[in-house]
Design a protein around this ligand. Structure first.
Ligand code: ADP
Length: 557
């Protein structure tokens, strides 16, 4: 049955058989109404719509145990919703995927995808076959990406370090860090440049995970600091230990180094008090043996996620090694990766032949305990495999610090994309307006019915500048009309004509006008724009392709 959105009826038991040919009763299967698919997608987009852009508003989410999250980030908001509708879930996955792959642009991608779907639904109602719409959308997406890469993107090299800082600022514009962007943008750029690494294949990589973000209560946001090396919010286990170790060989352990006790329920009958004493001694010795083994393998820094027995600390002090307990597992995993070691999680890994014994150790130039502002921190500097950097965020309370961390993560990802793709495009609706005008003109050159779908694709892109203007309390109709006129003039101008410069025009949300957003420094990495356009298109067509949605419902009792 053609037409994705015409369903809504119950299936009778005779119509459908299960995989084994058995009959399913009418109550087991229900057609999901197709119109509801669109409604579900639109309602998800409506939730995040008002948070788009630098002047978008925040959402407060309260979960069922009363935990409060305040956020402006599309992916964070959506991941906290519990949505049951399958189409809604696809949209939430879309935002999560965008967050994971690009790190930003999550709100935009959901808004565009929902608009594409809404417009497709209108076309289906006008009796255009979904396959035609899908073909039209595919062509539009391909053309849009080509046009963006050929005509709208600007090389970062031409703009220098400013391009990176401006891309960082644009990503921060809608987040909690917006007020302090002149402080945080250079810091984030420095952090990403500090973790530049070349992998075995010779590719240059900027791993976001190599930047450790620590959060500390108190002080103002502007007292946050950037340090070279991986910072751990821990101190050495004993004051007698060395606080600085050069040429560190680091053992990252997920093993308890506390006195091993016999398991609960083990019964031993002894008739001699000396034997009891022997058992106690042996218990302590087992831990000591483990520690000696680790030290004998060459480790001079031992980091563990669990505890270390106080009685055993002497062993480290005598060996001139440093031991740190109760580290976060995630931190150790990252340190192990950065130093070329492995996180040892079972005792069996410590045993074995000579070569293996030391192969889990990572190396770094120096591990040192330092006082940074008010806190004592352990810093792992000069990690051998991947360089590391840390940013210590300061803020008034947990909500603020959490939101700052999320914002910083998005910014770091954007800088990574900018560095890796090497080109940026103007933001503030410039790209969407340019593509919309281009696709509209492109549609008229086609004589086939896909033309209609391409025109709808073009119109759907305009929701971004419209929504940006609405959220800034500006007249969206006027502004979008102005942008379209500018972009039309630019695209009709020949190469070398100064009017081509109008291609960079996007919204100036504070003054309610349009401006050259490359000059104004509102920049986004080309790669993230391309990715969000493609993901939005894929999410929309994956729902459009569904011609029947059948859901299992429980048997009535
Ligand atoms: P997303 O989660 O999609 O990144 P944001 O809320 O971060 O959503 O908003 C991003 C949008 O805001 C982008 O389209 C970007 O071009 C626009 N934007 C960011 N800063 C500015 C600015 N200073 N002026 C105009 N538009 C801006």
């Amino acid at each position: 049955r053609a037409g994705a959105f015409l369903g809504g009826d119950r299936v009778s038991g005779q119509d459908i058989r299960d995989q084994n040919g058995g009959q399913l009763s009418a109550s087991t299967l229900v057609h999901l109404d197709g119109v509801i698919i669109v409604t579900a997608a639109l309602s998800i987009a409506n939730i995040v719509k008002s948070s788009l852009g630098p002047l978008g508003l925040d959402k407060m989410l309260v979960d069922n145990i009363g935990e409060v999250t305040i956020s402006n980030d599309g992916a964070t908001i959506l991941s906290l919703l519990s949505v049951e509708h399958p189409a809604g879930k696809i949209f939430i996955d879309l935002a999560k995927k965008q967050d994971k792959e690009v790190g930003d642009g999550t709100t935009s991608v959901v808004i565009i995808a929902a608009e594409l779907l809404r417009r497709a639904n209108e076309l289906v109602k006008a009796k255009i076959h979904p396959t035609t719409i899908i073909t039209g959308y595919r062509l539009a997406c391909k053309e849009a990406v080509r046009f963006m890469q050929d005509n709208l993107s600007v090389k970062v090299d031409a703009l220098g370090r400013d391009a990176l800082i401006n891309a960082a600022k644009t990503s921060m514009a809608s987040k909690i860090l917006a007020n302090d962007d002149d402080f945080f943008a250079p810091m984030a750029v420095d952090a990403m440049l500090a973790v530049r690494s070349i992998n075995l294949r010779g590719d240059i990589k900027y791993p976001v995970k190599a930047v450790n973000v620590l959060k500390a209560h108190g002080k103002s946001a502007r007292e946050s600091i950037f340090v070279q090396g991986y910072a751990l919010n821990c101190t050495v286990a004993s004051q007698a230990m060395k606080k600085r170790i050069s040429n560190a060989k680091i053992a990252c352990l997920d093993i308890n180094l506390q006195k091993s006790r016999m398991q609960l329920g083990v019964q031993i009958l002894v008739d001699d008090p000396e034997q009891l004493e022997n058992i106690r001694k042996r218990e302590a010795e087992i831990t000591l043996e483990r520690i000696r083994k680790i030290l004998a393998a060459g480790a001079n820094v031992v980091l563990t996620t669990k505890g270390i027995d106080d009685l055993c600390l002497k062993e480290f002090v005598e060996a001139g090694a440093m031991a740190v307990r109760r580290c976060r597992k995630e931190d150790l995993r990252r340190i192990a990766k950065a130093t070329g070691g492995t996180l040892v999680s079972s005792l069996a890994n410590l045993e074995g032949d000579e070569t293996y014994e030391s192969s889990y150790l990572g190396s770094a130039d120096e591990v040192v305990q330092e006082r940074i502002s008010d806190d004592e921190l352990i810093l792992v500097k000069g990690t051998k495999v991947v360089n590391s950097a840390s940013i210590i965020l300061r803020g008034a309370n947990d909500y603020m610090l959490d939101e700052m961390e999320r914002a910083l993560h998005d910014t770091l990802s954007i800088i990574k994309r900018t560095l890796e793709s090497g080109s940026v495009v103007p933001g503030g609706g410039a790209v969407e307006s340019a593509l919309s005008v281009y696709l509209e003109n492109f549609a008229t050159t086609l004589g086939s019915r896909e033309q209609l779908a391409i025109a709808e694709f073009a119109a759907a892109l305009l929701t971004i500048p419209k929504q940006l203007a609405v959220n800034a309390a500006k007249d969206s109709t006027d502004l979008v009309a102005k942008l379209r006129a500018y972009h039309n003039a630019a695209q009709n101008a020949g190469a070398g004509d100064p009017k081509r410069g109008l291609l960079r025009y996007g919204l100036d949300l504070l003054n309610g006008d349009v401006r050259d957003n490359v000059a104004a420094g509102v920049l986004e990495p080309t790669m993230s724009k391309v990715k969000s356009l493609k993901s939005a298109y894929e999410a929309a067509i994956s729902l459009l392709r569904i011609d029947d949605a059948i859901q299992c419902v429980p048997e009535p009792k």
